[in-house]
Write a new protein. Structure first.
Length: 765
């Protein structure tokens, strides 16, 4: 293989990375947007990097140079690696989780891409590369727009009024679009500059039209996605750009665009508009403007359901930093910090808000990940990028780069790192470092290129490194995607109650290695144990025990997180019928560990109370639930479970009061079992009419459940509605032989009075 061909292959793969990473998603796997995108990016970068290594070993001109950015970037990566291996969960720090994928390994991939781009700066058609990125962003905009009318365009899901296109999450998408907005602005102004110099406007009209369209589309989708943090970030970027133009106006533009006065007026106008918006925020006018309408719900009150949980997370992040201010807890370990400083008020909002793996603020995330040491390393890294950019001759590119970084930093005050924005950031880093390295040189002329492209063969060396790259791609990325595929199939099997096939697919996936195997093990274990409990007889004891053992492996591999412990408490409860003495004891022990790691977490109390009820210790369960109520009496579930156990403990008045309180507080039914069980308790305590309503609710949620149908018929009988009682019991009798029921003697007088043939054997079809 010749040098020229190898460079063409590397450059082609860089283009594929720029175009393919934003587009790629895998609808037949779990986390189809995030995990798949990350695995594709890593695969491409691994091939690019090892091919470049072969090139650099043979031709010194393509080897990295010690520049401010490479030096500071190396320091940042070294510190990142150090705090990863010394953190509370080094494996999670290195690889992150399959929901995020942005661990230390991902940052090394990002840096590798930037390094290759810098080293091959003069070989890469940089304008075409950035145009490829801009064109890709425009197609992403089109997909996002179509999603508003065709919600199931990409997956069988409804993104609602906030499309995310191939990124899934609208916030992840808009962070990526942000960089492309400034790329579009750069090319538009650069085109106007070239047009003014050459005087050929007519020939540039198609290009100018494309650039204007791309900018408008990207900005529009940022607002349609209604991501408040990125709207603020865009404003910060634009203000930064206007400020830079005020300091040094673009002289190539016609008047008045080349005068400082215009940019001063623009900045003043933005300030005035922001003030007007703030003063009229609650006005109905803003409700009709996408993006702006979401700011109306912003407040720092704990009554704000979207803001309050994040305030709890930010508070936990700050407390975590104070505990370990120098070295932190390790990247991607914020869940441990959040667990330690869990605020019981989180459950007032939802169970989802009781699990945070990110503080939603990059500064605090760096402080928690690696303390002051890591944050300083990151700031020096950014500072080095700024230092190099300020020494690039292209003033316009300089301004756009600084504005992009300002927007990026502003956006990260409200969100965490994701592959889209990070990928664009490191693309910019690579271009900035390449421009800095070559700022004193002209592009290679024809003679120099002829000399540079030697005829020596690189075949053997390229072959060796291609094999290395291929092995890494297969073992890490392709196998991870394959596991994801098998687990997707398994979940689909479980959804359609083809449990045997589902367990088989789970096991096929778990037979492969993946850095995220512990995530997949946990999903498998939770699914199988839940099925064993909720659908008795569909999962064998052997499969249930294997699932438990799998979860125990996860706990042992990652003992720092509280979730792995309290999830296991619930699973022990679910399979306790297999060996009550062992599993009840194990649940008790695991709950103690979980509460040590996350004090005050109500869900642990709920699971532990269930453990006590399995052992017949209702007073003990009530004492535990009382503790949960004391943590925060505004949590509906605390009242609900206290009421259920009170009924079981024959305290009917207390049970009725507590469950009514939970319902009044907005507690929703999770499964049809809940209203059915509560209906039984209400009926036994004399609240027949309310019991009937609950049976109706349960039957509406599960119209195929025979037991619910029978109980609904009996409830109608006891309230005197024999017509509906006969209807439901007759329907049940067509599917079920009442005579074989243990409760037949209780039902026989009802069946006789209604004239329902429940004494003879009926076909079950």
């Amino acid at each position: 293989m010749s040098q020229k061909l190898l460079i063409k292959i590397i450059v082609g793969l860089i283009f594929l990375t720029v175009i393919g990473t934003p587009f790629f998603y895998f609808p037949w796997g779990v986390y189809p947007y995030v995990l798949a995108k990350q695995l594709m990016f890593q695969s491409l970068v691994e091939v690019i990097f090892f091919l470049w290594v072969a090139l650099a070993l043979s031709f010194p001109k393509y080897r990295p140079r010690l520049t401010p950015l490479t030096l500071c970037g190396g320091i940042f990566l070294a510190v990142l690696l150090l705090v990863s291996v010394t953190g509370v969960d080094s494996w999670q720090s290195l690889w992150s989780t399959y929901e995020r994928g942005i661990g230390t390994v991902a940052f090394f991939h990002l840096a590798a891409l930037a390094l290759v781009i810098s080293s091959l700066y003069q070989e890469i058609p940089r304008r075409k590369l950035l145009y490829a990125s801009l064109g890709t962003s425009l197609l992403i905009d089109v997909l996002a727009l179509i999603q508003l009318w065709v919600p199931q365009l990409l997956l069988i899901e409804n993104p609602g009024t906030r499309p995310g296109a191939t990124f899934g999450n609208p916030t992840f998408m808009t962070g990526y679009l942000m960089f492309n907005i400034f790329i579009g602005m750069y090319f538009l102004l650069d085109t106007l500059k070239r047009t003014r110099e050459r005087g050929a406007l007519r020939g540039q009209i198609p290009l100018i039209s494309f650039l204007v369209t791309a900018i408008i589309a990207n900005v529009s989708i940022v607002f349609l996605a209604q991501t408040r943090g990125d709207i603020i970030a865009l404003a910060v970027g634009v203000i930064t750009l206007l400020g830079l133009f005020y300091v040094r106006p673009p002289e190539f533009l016609p008047s008045p665009f080349n005068a400082r006065k215009l940019y001063a007026i623009s900045l003043f106008a933005i300030v005035c508009l922001a003030a007007v918006f703030a003063l009229t925020l609650k006005n109905n006018f803003w409700k009709n403007i996408p993006g702006f309408s979401r700011f109306q719900s912003v407040s720092f009150s704990l009554d704000n359901r979207s803001v309050a949980p994040r305030l709890f997370a930010l508070k936990a992040a700050w407390q975590g930093f104070l505990e370990k201010p120098l070295s932190g807890w390790g990247p991607e370990n914020f869940d441990v910090v959040f667990d330690r400083h869990y605020d019981p008020r989180s459950l007032e909002y939802s169970y989802k808000e009781t699990q945070f793996d990110k503080p939603h603020n990059v500064i605090l995330e760096y402080l928690d990940s690696g303390g002051i040491l890591l944050l300083l390393a990151f700031m020096v890294f950014l500072g080095a990028a700024m230092y190099e950019v300020l020494r690039i001759p292209d003033v316009l590119w300089r301004s756009m780069f600084i504005a992009s970084i300002a927007a990026y930093v502003a956006g990260k005050v409200f969100i965490f790192e994701t592959i889209g924005p990070l990928f664009m950031l490191y693309l910019f880093f690579g271009l900035a470092d390449g421009a800095f390295r070559n700022r004193q040189k002209s592009p290679l002329d024809a003679q120099t290129r002829k000399e540079a492209y030697g005829s020596s063969s690189l075949g053997p060396l390229v072959g060796v490194f291609a094999v290395i790259a291929g092995l890494i791609v297969y073992v890490v990325n392709i196998q991870s995607l394959t596991v994801s595929y098998y687990h997707y199939k398994a979940f689909q099997n479980f959804l359609h109650q083809d449990i045997e096939a589902g367990i088989s697919n789970f096991k096929k996936g778990l037979s492969l290695w993946s850095p995220y195997l512990w995530n997949f093990k946990r999903d498998y274990a939770i699914a199988v144990a839940g099925q064993y409990f909720n659908r008795p007889g569909t999962v064998s004891n052997e499969d249930a025990i294997l699932a438990i053992q799998s979860m125990e492996e996860v706990r042992d591999e990652h003992p720092s997180g509280a979730f792995n412990h309290y999830a296991l408490v619930n699973m022990y409860n679910e399979v306790s019928a297999i060996d009550p003495q062992y599993f009840i004891s194990a649940a008790e022990s695991e709950a103690k560990v979980a509460l040590q790691k996350s004090p005050g977490r109500q869900v642990v109390y709920f699971y532990l109370a269930k453990t006590r009820t399995l052992n017949g210790d209702y007073p003990g369960a009530l004492a535990i639930l009382k503790t949960a109520l004391e943590e925060d009496p505004k949590v509906p579930d605390a009242h609900f479970y206290y009421g259920l156990v009170s009924f079981a403990n024959k305290e009917q008045d207390i049970g009725y009061r507590e469950i009514k309180t939970a319902i009044a507080m907005g507690r929703q039914w999770v499964t049809f079992y809940e209203p059915r069980v509560v209906a039984g308790y209400f009926a036994d305590s004399g609240h027949l009419q309310e019991a009937l309503g609950l049976y109706e609710t349960a039957f509406a949620m599960a119209p195929d459940d025979l037991e619910t149908e029978i109980k609904l018929g009996a409830a109608y009988f006891f309230v005197g509605n024999n017509t509906l009682a006969k209807k439901y019991l007759s329907d049940a009798a067509r599917k079920f032989d009442f005579k074989k029921s243990p409760s037949y003697q209780e039902f026989k007088p009802i069946l006789d009075k209604l004239g329902v043939g429940g004494q003879e054997k009926l076909d079950i079809k």
